[in-house]
Design a protein around this ligand. Structure first.
Ligand SMILES: [Zn+2]
Length: 107
């Protein structure tokens, strides 16, 4: 009968093979990059907070930043909300697949 417990010599770098970091790495690797983009928005009328998909938002780019805004319909009260969109917001919305409407035709 041979000894089931073989000699455990120092044959390799031993490190923390299991730990809380391992779980986080696994969860991170399992994340999907194709998750739908949602934008957090608020309604000034009913003060509701919600997340809207890119298809629920419309971006209108005017000649100036004053006429550039994004609009959506509040899912809570149904009112049309229009808010000014800065450069960062424009980049965020266009990058997320929001339909863009250019108000000025001279490009
Ligand atoms: Zn509302």
């Amino acid at each position: 009968m041979s000894d089931p417990l073989g000699p455990c010599g120092p044959s390799g770098p031993s490190g923390p093979s299991s730990g809380p970091g391992m779980t986080a790495a696994t969860a991170f690797a399992g994340m999907r990059r194709v998750s739908p983009v949602v934008f957090k928005a608020g309604c000034p009328d009913c003060r509701g907070r919600f997340e809207l998909a890119a298809s629920a938002l419309r971006l209108a780019i005017g000649a100036t930043s004053r006429t550039t805004f994004y609009s959506f319909t509040c899912p809570e009260c149904g009112s049309a909300v229009r808010k000014p969109a800065g450069e960062r917001v424009v980049e965020l919305l266009t990058g997320g697949g929001v339909r863009t409407l250019r108000l000025h035709s001279t490009v």
